[in-house]
Ligand binder design. Structure first.
Ligand code: DC
Length: 205
């Protein structure tokens, strides 16, 4: 079974995808982290076409075999990864790597274009949403900094991710939209597990 989780920055995709994958025994694939690894490769002057980005246990991300996971939350990569993600040649390479990872596996893959482009045949597609203010509050709690600056950075990234011509962020027509604004991570996980059960029952009938 393949589960796609898409949505804007700081909507809780990574938290949900990680916990859902753990609960189901599926592979967790954070594609935002893969775009961040591509930005790191760019900073290091590595040509993306010859760079391998892979995902291991518990969402660890490897750049040419090196575990770079702990370098990826650097806020400098927020902006650079979003800019690179608008380039068709970068997306083509990352989509190729992501499909290779998912092939023949049970996965929970999170990102922006998973339900629309990477895994259009996913059995369950969730689009996670929360208001801009709530997402800025969550990100500020994780990273610190001024609320106004965090909010502006997320707003800018949302705009770029949603208006780029190549694979813009948008819900797939068959995605279930979950508004997490007033929900705890436990409540969101429970809702997602219920959707998985419903989907399994429908597939079995
Ligand atoms: O989820 P994140 O904030 O770590 O992602 C970093 C950037 O990568 C984000 O601004 C948009 C881009 N991205 C994308 O375009 N497509 C994906 N499937 C995942 C992330």
């Amino acid at each position: 079974m393949k589960i796609a989780i898409d949505g804007p920055a700081a909507a809780g995709k990574t938290t949900l995808a990680r916990r859902l994958a753990q609960a189901l025994g599926f592979l967790f694939v954070p594609t935002g982290a893969m775009y961040r690894a591509a930005a790191l490769a760019h900073q290091r002057g590595l040509p993306l076409e010859e760079t391998e980005i892979t995902v291991g246990e518990n969402g660890r991300v490897f750049l040419n075999g090196e575990d770079v996971t702990d370098l990826l939350s650097n806020p400098a990569l927020d902006e650079l990864s979003s800019r690179l993600a608008a380039e068709p040649r970068v997306r083509a390479r990352l989509v190729e790597l992501q499909r290779r990872i998912a092939e023949g596996r049970n996965v929970v893959m999170e990102g922006r274009d998973i339900g629309t482009v990477v895994l259009p045949d996913a059995e369950l597609k969730i689009f996670l949403w929360a208001t801009l203010e709530e997402r800025a509050r969550r990100r500020q709690r994780e990273q610190g900094g001024s609320f106004a600056e965090v909010l502006e950075a997320i707003r800018r990234r949302d705009e770029r991710d949603s208006t780029r011509s190549c694979s813009p962020l948008r819900p797939a027509p068959d995605a279930v939209v979950l508004d997490t604004t007033d929900k705890t991570p436990d409540e969101v996980l429970k809702m997602a597990l219920k959707l998985v059960e419903e989907r399994r029952a429908r597939l079995a009938s």
